[in-house]
Design a protein around this ligand. Structure first.
Ligand code: F6R
Length: 592
């Protein structure tokens, strides 16, 4: 999983500072190494292991000459993060340079074939076969574009590729299969990139080439060609996100900025009400709904199931995308399959979407405009969280929930719920204001080795999300359980060394949850309750309490109670000295 960028300027100015600025915006796609290649009579490459700023301090990318070039930020999948494995990769004769995002399943076979033909390799990546294959086809008389096409015929797996060659130094060529790639244009020139935030500062008109089409960018413009090399008529979409929206705006980390922005994300997503009603009308009657998603988006899906089953009375399943193949066999024309994904690019979800389209109506709830799933699903709800840079999903999650609440409320004609949603931004802002208190109490969790999260009903997905956020950024082991399930085994793990965080809003499950607090307290657990401000019963039964506006009851709790748990994870991470925006081993977009 990586970020790629290519640019050709209309005027003869140096492209390297623009490439550097664009690739810096894609650091959330990977950050273990970075590289840039530009053409200036010959192809110059600078690349190295490390994050973008550190590598730039050592190599000074902005010094590079040339008015066209390519850039890459890497998240290692094949081959360790090293200088040699950083992209761009070049062919043996140093005349073709390539950046690649994706995974090639048959690269070892291709590499062996090339080695037999006398090629040598400098890296242990799958990607290095690509420039060598392109060069091989060019030597047989193919143009750069045709050589790229011939090369992709040999590749198995996923890829977005941008290539330049000193034999055709006036252009960039790019193509994709199962990996994201956008083409864009602006005043200064023409761009390709993995994702729109990369280019927003320079280009807002964005084209999304179809699988296996080839984009050819020259100083005169953009052409998109189909697999036979014929011109494809393309249309662009104007993207109105501002570049400032993608900056930290004075906050120490994107994550805290994005937590604070959640009330805005809810307000903006509530603006989708009319669109969502239109989609519900177009979908018509369905007998069954199945949610498919991964990670945090899976937790949003569980909330969706509870809402739709309790309010619309429609049977609902929730399935993790990578485990959906058996459930997929039960989908039919009366099933609506809902895909939830902030990135709209998650490989597992996209593969399940491909399957669902064969039998069922499909709806994608996605944050990134123009992402793959927005093209692939029959119906699309775009959440309005804006760009999320922190790897851990926060505001995109709350925006997903908002879209699901609107969907469930409109589907079940529950006007009261829709009304209630308008109050959520204020509840979130109140919860965010408690952050100094949460920062203080988070200190006591810094040394925990295991933490349990408990909730019943609508509070169960809150607990799940709290635990996931904690483990991914603090590296503390955390488990979430439906509170009633604890006594069926995991209670054996509870003792005085295990903090237990209980989500206990006012509502249907309140009394039962209080009995579970008794259960863990009796085993010596240190209990932190997230509950209604001023609730004395909770205060008596727990060591610490995070108070939420008492008007927030169980049904809308996921939209509000999630916030303090995000803050706990954030402050524990800061206390432990880790960077919450870039958790180890993880990346923002999982296209493998
Ligand atoms: C956790 C997180 C991941 C994603 C998951 C799915 O903070 O962000 O668990 O939720 O990788 O990603 P999307 O929503 O892009 O499909």
């Amino acid at each position: 999983m990586c970020g790629i960028v290519g640019c050709i300027l209309k005027e003869n100015k140096d492209v390297a500072p623009i490439l550097f600025s664009c690739i810096s915006k894609l650091e959330y796609r990977g950050y273990d190494s970075i590289g840039i290649a530009t053409y200036d009579n010959t192809i110059n490459v600078k690349k190295g292991k490390g994050d973008i700023e550190t590598v730039n301090e050592n190599l000074n990318f902005e010094d590079m000459k040339g008015d066209l070039g390519i850039a890459h930020t890497r998240w290692a999948s094949t081959g360790r993060p090293t200088d040699a494995n950083a992209h761009p990769h070049m062919d043996n004769s140093q005349s073709v340079a390539v950046v690649h995002n994706g995974t090639l399943e048959n690269y070892t076979d291709l590499k062996e074939e090339l080695i037999e033909e006398g090629f040598t390799f400098k890296s242990t990546t799958d990607s290095e076969v690509i420039p060598n294959l392109i060069k091989k086809f060019m030597e047989k008389g193919k143009s750069l574009e045709d050589a790229l096409r011939k090369t992709t015929e040999k590749l198995k797996g996923s890829y977005a590729i941008v290539a330049i060659s000193k034999d055709e130094p006036d252009k960039l060529v790019a193509t994709r299969k199962d990996s994201p790639l956008i083409v864009a244009y602006g005043e200064k020139g023409y761009f390709v990139a993995s994702d729109t935030p990369a280019v927003l500062e320079y280009a807002r008109d964005v084209i999304r080439p179809d699988e296996c089409e080839v984009a050819v960018l020259t100083k005169d413009g953009i052409e998109i060609h189909d697999k036979n090399g014929e011109n494809v008529k393309w249309e662009s979409k104007y993207i109105d996100w501002t570049p400032e929206m993608a900056q930290k705006e004075g906050h120490p980390h994107f994550m805290i900025k994005e937590i604070i922005e959640q009330s805005e994300a809810v307000k903006n997503t509530l603006g989708q009400k009319a669109n969502i009603q239109k989609i519900i009308d177009e979908i018509g009657d369905v007998k069954r709904i199945c949610f498919v998603a991964c990670g945090t988006s899976y937790h949003a899906s569980i909330t969706g199931k509870y809402l739709i089953e309790s309010m619309a009375g429609i049977a609902c399943d929730v399935v993790i995308a990578s485990e959906s193949k058996y459930t997929a066999r039960t989908w039919d024309e009366d099933t609506l399959v809902i895909f939830i994904s902030q990135s709209g690019e998650t490989y597992d979800s996209r593969m399940a979407l491909k399957e669902a389209r064969k039998t069922s109506k499909t709806l994608a709830i996605v944050n990134v405009a123009g992402s793959a799933m927005t093209d692939e699903a029959e119906f699309v709800i775009q959440t309005q969280a804006g760009p999320e840079i922190g790897v851990a999903a926060t505001k995109t999650y709350i925006a997903q929930l908002t879209a699901i609440y609107l969907f469930a409320g409109l589907l079940s004609k529950n006007g009261e719920l829709i009304e209630e949603l308008n109050k959520v931004p204020a509840y979130i802002d109140e919860a965010v204001k408690e952050r100094e208190t949460i920062k203080e109490l988070s200190k006591m969790y810094t040394f925990a080795e295991n933490i349990f999260y408990l909730g019943r009903g609508f509070s169960y997905p809150i607990a799940l999300e709290g635990a996931l956020k904690l483990k991914e950024i603090t590296y503390i082991h955390a488990e979430a359980y439906p509170a009633g399930e604890l006594k069926h085994g995991p209670l054996a793990l509870i003792d005085e060394k295990v903090p237990v965080i209980v989500v206990v809003p006012p509502g249907e499950d309140y009394d039962k949850t209080m009995t579970h607090i008794e259960e863990v307290k009796a085993r010596g657990a240190i209990v932190l309750c997230v509950g209604a401000k001023g609730d004395e019963k909770i205060a008596e039964n727990s060591k610490e309490i995070i108070g939420i506006n008492p008007e927030v009851t169980d049904i809308i709790a996921p939209l509000v109670y999630t916030v303090p748990l995000q803050l706990v994870s954030y402050y524990v991470t800061i206390e432990k000295g880790y960077n919450p925006d870039k958790p180890r081993n993880l990346a923002k977009v999982i296209t493998v």
